[in-house]
Design a protein around this ligand. Structure first.
Ligand SMILES: [Zn+2]
Length: 134
């Protein structure tokens, strides 16, 4: 088994994001005044500065905005090669998550591929990763 991924420091703003996978939810902070999403989560909406925000479970469907295949063993927790991708959430197109695409050969990933979230659980953190959706 690989050593654990780097562990995020949980706080009141980001806890729903890092632990939502326990219930299969990808939680993104949403503003209930203007409707926009803010990620990474912050106390204020980044569009209208409202404090009227809360975690919102999005569908977990996304498209690959950009990606790279990493061959360098920067992190002992990740066996090379692996795909580092920026994915654009279908429900929140202004939110881009940096993640890994897993479950397929690295050369099977391409721009604009539809992907869906899966969660990798380690020690109370549910890391949102993505796999191809077709
Ligand atoms: Zn807002």
């Amino acid at each position: 088994m690989n050593p654990p991924r780097p562990r995020p420091r949980l706080d009141a703003e980001n806890r729903a994001f890092w632990t939502g996978g326990e219930h299969g939810h990808l939680n993104i902070q949403r503003c209930y005044d203007c409707g926009h999403f803010t990620h990474p989560p912050k106390p204020l909406c980044r569009h209208c500065q409202s404090e009227n925000t809360a975690p919102h479970a999005v569908s977990g469907l996304a498209t690959v905005d950009s990606y790279t295949i990493n061959h360098q063993p920067w992190l002992p927790c990740l066996a090379v090669p692996y795909v580092i991708a920026r994915v654009r959430l279908n429900d929140a197109p202004d939110v881009i998550l940096t993640t890994n695409i897993v479950g397929c050969p690295v050369d099977a990933v391409d721009f604009d591929d539809p992907v869906r979230v899966i969660f990798e659980h380690q020690d109370g953190i549910w890391y949102p990763l993505f796999e191809k959706a077709n």
